[in-house]
Write a protein that binds this ligand. Structure first.
Ligand code: ATP
Length: 596
């Protein structure tokens, strides 16, 4: 797979992957899903939270002990190569294992074992488990095992390409008589349907099981993957709107509602009165965060009416000050650890601001319009200080109330308004034109309607009193189509000396010898490259085209989009790299700024 580079490489990768899937489709759906998970560096669906989270230090120690090389040499090799997989492969080649005896199942089971290892001496035990498999691995296998443990196989095949491979494999397996040109057409069709099914029930094992169990109905896969309490659904997202003129243009003749845009964390709340526990809470990217908010189960149980058996609601979890009755900024909640919530954390009260209902008493509400879903939501709960319905105002012809509502929302420490078409269904995972966010940024004089969430990919050393720390950071947007990061701007403003100290602590271990393989860049205009792991929210005065950056180049042509006067706002720990602002969104902002 590594040789698949350049034009058409994604297609080549899909063909290779489809053959791999084809070869395991005779086995159980579980094994097929495990192959899928392996290729996307996961152990299980995201919502199960089965993350392996190994630091470089543990891996370096395991490599050092496996090959009997001093840790100092392993560290040096890592700084030179920027890839622990290659380091492991190089040392393994010096004591080569003659023949390969490892099986896929053995390796994958060992990964699960590592993930499940907890307790006081878990780091030591995890290291021993890694050594056990590395000892049996050929140099090539060591490369793959270590890269998997780091979380990047570097095959160039992101999740989208793997789904493409799976779809093609399924068609080859289920329709062996199909001529090659039709295989492509059918694979694309089933790929789209798998994506839709995944947005509602994000579990590939279940999807593969359903397709294999009902091959005749494979094109109705969405109907077989229904919404269930305990399996989070990909949330509906919004587009940005730039000003009142654009609102008039978009919503003329459309019945819509304007809701407060609370500044908290998205919380998808699942409830089943007969389950234990009754309440589960999932983040924007489907991770379980029930333990991060232990106080909410009681709040929900109190607010829900006794006749309600089960529900899924979409909410914003917002910190608030009980004394002043004011909402507090997002950062306060995002600082809570997933696992160790302290009594101090619990002093900050959390209000559940509920704005949508997706499931009620065994029935999906996704296909009914927002006005009806909201009706169900309001009938199912009693409001109290820590469970509120999002404040809203329905707008028909009278747009004049909007500035007042926006003003109220800002006074109440919200970010602005969400404008939603009242007759729209719930569109899982879509950045839909039925939902718009109208943030105060535009009113603050920026010509760009929204802030951006960008990935930190490099840094320059600081000068003067910032010496020894990173002083500025190179940021990138994410191109969904090419599964690629694209450089876009450097930011130094907005970071205090204290912030810089904290960021250095978090990022000094992420220095890599070369730009990350998924990064598109022009010149080496940074002191160090960083492994892309952090997403930051950034604001700017406006956007311009620049020959030294690559953001949205696939849309603009020669030059990339860059930010003028960028300013760091905050970290976005709730966003993954592939959820950063996309090149398509950027181009959209840019065109709006140009008045196109
Ligand atoms: P942002 O960075 O602006 O928060 P985002 O990229 O995380 O946006 P968007 O879909 O662009 O996600 O913005 C909508 C977000 O606003 C939702 O994910 C949700 O967390 C938050 N939000 C706050 N209030 C509401 C509301 N009333 N309706 C919908 N979403 C809301």
């Amino acid at each position: 797979m590594e040789n698949c580079k350049g034009e058409g490489s994604k297609e080549q990768l899909k063909v290779i992957l489809s053959q791999l899937f084809y070869s395991v489709l005779n086995n159980t759906p579980q094994q097929c899903a495990e192959l899928f998970n392996f290729l996307t560096c996961k152990l299980a669906p995201d919502y199960e939270g089965a993350e392996i989270n190994l630091g470089d230090e543990v891996l370096m120690a395991a490599i050092s002990d496996t090959y009997d090389v001093p840790k100092k040499f392993v560290k040096e090799a890592f700084h030179k190569e920027g890839d622990l997989g290659i380091v492991s492969q190089t040392f393994a080649a010096q004591l080569p294992v003659e023949t390969s005896t490892l099986t896929f199942t053995e390796v994958f089971d060992q990964f699960k074992h590592i993930q499940q290892t907890t307790g006081s001496d878990s780091v030591k035990r995890k290291k021993l488990l890694i050594q056990c498999i590395l000892k049996k691995a050929t140099p090539e296998e060591a490369l793959t095992i270590v890269r998997w443990l780091v979380g990047n196989l570097k095959t160039g095949a992101g999740e989208k390409t793997v789904i493409g491979g799976l779809s093609r494999g399924l068609i080859m397996f289920l329709k062996p008589e199909l001529p090659i040109e039709l295989i492509e057409i059918d694979s694309q069709k089933i790929e789209g349907l798998i994506n839709e099914a995944y947005n509602i029930a994000p579990n590939y094992e279940e999807i593969i099981r359903q397709i294999l169990a009902n091959p005749k109905n494979m094109y109705q896969i969405k109907e077989h993957c229904s919404l269930k309490v305990g399996i989070p659904i990909k949330p509906m997202l919004s587009k940005s709107i730039k000003g009142f003129d654009e609102i008039l243009e978009r919503f003329q003749g459309v019945q819509f509602t304007a809701e407060y845009k609370y500044d908290g964390m998205r919380g998808q709340i699942h409830f089943n009165r007969r389950a234990e526990p009754q309440v589960q809470i999932y983040s924007r990217n489907l991770e379980k965060m029930t333990t991060q908010f232990p106080e909410l189960a009681e709040q929900i149980s109190k607010a829900v009416k006794p006749e309600i058996e089960s529900f899924i609601i979409d909410t914003e979890l917002t910190a608030y000050d009980k004394e002043t009755d004011k909402y507090l900024p997002f950062q306060i909640l995002s600082q809570r650890s997933r696992k160790w919530v302290t009594p101090k954390d619990l002093e900050t009260k959390v209000c559940i601001c509920a704005f949508d209902m997706l499931y009620l008493n065994g029935k999906s509400l996704l296909e009914i319009p927002l006005c009806e879903r909201r009706g169900h939501l309001h009938q199912s709960f009693n409001q109290c200080q820590d469970f509120m319905f999002a404040r809203f105002r329905d707008i028909d012809a009278n747009f004049d109330v909007l500035p007042y509502l926006l003003d109220d929302s800002l006074k109440d420490n919200c970010e602005g308004l969400m404008l939603k078409s009242l007759h729209a269904t719930y569109e899982p995972s879509k950045r839909s034109t039925n939902w718009f966010k109208f943030k105060k940024d535009y009113l603050e004089g920026s010509s760009v309607a929204d802030s951006m969430d960008l990935v930190v990919v490099g840094a320059d050393w600081g000068k003067g009193k910032r010496k020894g720390l990173f002083g500025s950071f190179l940021l990138a947007c994410y191109d969904v189509e090419g599964q690629q990061l694209q450089t876009m701007t450097k930011v130094a403003t907005g970071l205090t000396d204290e912030d810089l100290g904290v960021m250095f602590g978090k990022m000094k271990g992420l220095i890599i010898g070369k730009p990350h393989q998924s990064l598109l860049y022009k010149d080496k205009n940074v002191d160090v490259w960083l492994d892309p792991q952090h997403v930051w929210e950034v604001k700017c005065a406006d956007m311009t085209l620049s020959p030294i950056y690559c953001a949205a180049k696939n849309y603009t042509g020669d030059k990339g989009i860059a930010l003028r006067f960028p300013r760091y706002i905050r970290e976005r720990p709730d966003k993954k790299i592939n959820e950063a602002t996309s090149s398509e969104q950027l181009y959209d902002f840019f065109r709006k700024q140009q008045g196109v």
